[in-house]
Design a protein around this ligand. Structure first.
Ligand SMILES: [Fe+2]
Ligand SMILES: [Fe+2]
Length: 222
């Protein structure tokens, strides 16, 4: 209760600050001042944009080393193929990031992404903790891979927005292509997870049928 009171107070004061810029009598001077402020904001935003590019550049290159390890650990060909396919896509994404760096006149530099390092470490642990050749191993790998995809989706989503705000429309377009690929990878993994759950369910049912043999099958059909 106390907290909500305090936060509404803060909101009120920030609103007051914002409405000041609408004062028409000091419009000329304030617009000059605010354009200077705007330039600073833009350059800070661009700096942040570049840092985030460096972060995801490191993350993608790191994945080029980590995806093959996960691929080897899979149980079914379906999951292995999905990871292999995404490895090829990831190679293209690295090249695409280099194009974005080039577009904005910055050297392609990688800055260690702690989050991606953590996610891949967790993926490796999960492989160690699950039994080789089991459905559980695949389920665990799919889940770990989806965590990676979700991190990438969040990052590229943010990068597309930042690029647009900075007026870097060509860069935004390239980053949006990668964002789409990450979403597709995530959806493909979901589809595999769902189909293998169905498959396992079907196998269980088959097992039960042998024991129980339902005799009223015809009655249920319409
Ligand atoms: Fe990626
Ligand atoms: Fe990805």
């Amino acid at each position: 209760m106390e907290r909500s009171g305090r936060s509404s107070k803060n909101q009120g004061s920030s609103k007051t600050t914002k409405s000041n810029s609408n004062n028409s009598s000091s419009k000329a001077s304030s617009s000059r001042a605010s354009s200077g402020k705007k330039d600073t904001n833009q350059s800070l935003l661009k700096e942040f944009f570049i840092e985030q590019l460096q972060d995801i550049y490191w993350a993608e290159k790191h994945l080029l080393k980590e995806l093959p390890k996960l691929q080897k650990a899979t149980t079914t060909e379906e999951v292995e193929d999905a990871l292999a396919g995404h490895l090829t896509v990831t190679e293209e994404q690295v090249t695409r990031l280099e194009e974005v760096f080039d577009m904005i006149g910055e050297p392609a530099k990688a800055k260690k992404c702690e989050a991606m390092e953590g996610l891949t470490r967790e993926a490796n642990n999960i492989v160690e903790e699950t039994q080789e050749g089991t459905a559980t191993r695949d389920a665990a790998i799919i889940m770990a891979a989806q965590k990676v995809e979700h991190y990438e989706i969040a990052t590229y989503g943010g990068l597309v927005q930042l690029a647009k705000t900075l007026g870097l429309m060509d860069a935004a377009e390239l980053l949006a292509q990668t964002l789409q690929e990450e979403k597709e990878a995530d959806q493909a993994l979901t589809a595999i997870a769902e189909s293998s759950i169905n498959e396992e369910g079907a196998q269980e049912e088959e097992g039960n049928e042998g024991e129980e043999e339902p005799e009223d099958e015809d009655e249920e059909e319409e």
